[in-house]
Design a protein around this ligand. Structure first.
Ligand code: SAM
Length: 349
């Protein structure tokens, strides 16, 4: 039986929960500051005073102390007994890792552009189209990226960091060995493809296909790739182009977090482009969200909202994937959730 006191407590907890959601941007902004100022890297050799760190990075000591204290309430940094002194926690240690790392993804998602774009969220819902980039003065995220040369590498590094997190799951759960050639469409920095080549020596050739700006930026990765993927580089090729025009011929096409950027009509266009280059037995392996649950904490449905508002994209359920594939003339061989990402396999009807 629930007593009146319990009832009051439940009400209070619910009120606090809602306040926590309402103030989510405070946390995101404080985290973004800590990331950009590389605060966590000051604690790698042990605990340190916020006042000392403030002097080293040239910010207001009291304000930095209060920022770190607030973050420590979330387990990001730990405030020690001695006033103003903080030490590293498992969460802040992640923030101290040098790029490429998870920090790249965090920097991207808490970036000023992303934050400002959300101010027009209500307009998106009203108009039924992505108004996020317009609040930044751009037609779309793609024009924003083109016109801000410093933003493109931030986006590309973030994609690599998200890929790095999903890579073990994808490799463990997926057999790429039957294929001789693989084209990763929208492959960004090539992290997925290089890992597929590394783990599937029978694959003879891999094309990393992306927009010219991305492929141009990839030239800066030569030494990093040579040191990590020495044996795979001979089979690996960066190819510039647009998946609305043409893609290389391959036995297997991988598309990771590509379709979630686009509404259904555009996805059909991408599938039609691939269809023109496919051999009769080629397969398409889509790695993207598969929304499975209702009424439960679920990162995919929040990502869906962000994609809806920022790029007019969407995350999809198994039913939605099947309908999409069907309208482009493809057969769905399987749709599975691999946990942190989903996998949809398509073949020609
Ligand atoms: C969300 S990112 C995903 C990147 C990568 N597959 C991953 O999961 O990390 C989308 C990618 O699609 C690329 N892209 C966007 N439009 C494209 C087009 N028309 N043709 C080829 N690639 C495109 C972007 O440059 C970007 O690398």
């Amino acid at each position: 039986m629930i007593s009146i006191q319990d009832d009051e407590q439940i009400r209070l907890d619910n009120e606090r929960f809602l306040l926590d959601v309402a103030t989510g941007h405070w946390k995101s902004r404080a985290l973004n500051f800590a990331l950009e100022a590389k605060i966590a890297s000051h604690l790698v050799n042990g605990s340190k005073s916020a006042f000392t760190i403030a002097k080293e990075i040239g910010v207001n000591p009291e304000f930095l102390y209060r920022t770190m204290r607030a973050l420590s309430s979330l387990g990001i940094f730990r405030e020690e007994e001695e006033y103003g002194v903080f030490s590293q926690t498992p969460k802040s240690a992640i923030m101290a890792e040098s790029s490429p790392s998870w920090t790249d993804g965090l920097l991207f998602e808490s970036h000023d552009f992303t934050y400002k774009a959300w101010t027009s969220f209500r307009e998106s819902v009203k108009e039924g189209k992505a108004m996020g980039p317009q609040s930044l003065g751009y037609e779309s995220v793609w024009s924003l990226t083109e016109q801000n040369p410093s933003y493109a590498p931030i986006l590309q590094r973030a994609m690599s960091s998200f890929t790095a997190q999903a890579i073990n799951t994808i490799i463990r759960e997926t057999d790429f060995s039957p294929f001789e050639t693989i084209a990763d469409i929208g492959g960004s920095q090539g992290v997925l493809l290089l890992n597929i080549l590394k783990n599937n020596p029978s694959v003879k050739k891999g094309y990393n296909f992306d927009l010219p700006i991305t492929i141009e930026n990839n030239k800066s990765l030569v030494s990093q790739r040579e040191s990590e993927f020495k044996n795979e580089m001979a089979k690996f090729e960066d190819v510039a182009g647009s998946f609305f025009d043409s893609v290389p011929e391959a036995d297997c096409y991988t598309l990771k977090y590509i379709f979630h950027d686009w509404k259904d009509e555009k996805c059909v266009e991408i599938l039609e482009t691939i269809s023109k280059s496919m051999k009769p037995n080629s397969k398409i392996y889509i790695f993207d969200s598969v929304i499975e649950t209702k009424n439960q904490p679920n990162g995919f449905v929040w990502l869906d909202l962000h994609m809806m508002h920022y790029v007019d994209g969407r995350e999809r359920s198994a039913t939605e994937w099947k309908a999409l594939a069907n309208s482009a003339g493809f057969k769905v061989e399987s749709v599975v959730s691999l946990g942190m990402i989903g996998r949809v396999i398509l073949s020609k009807k």
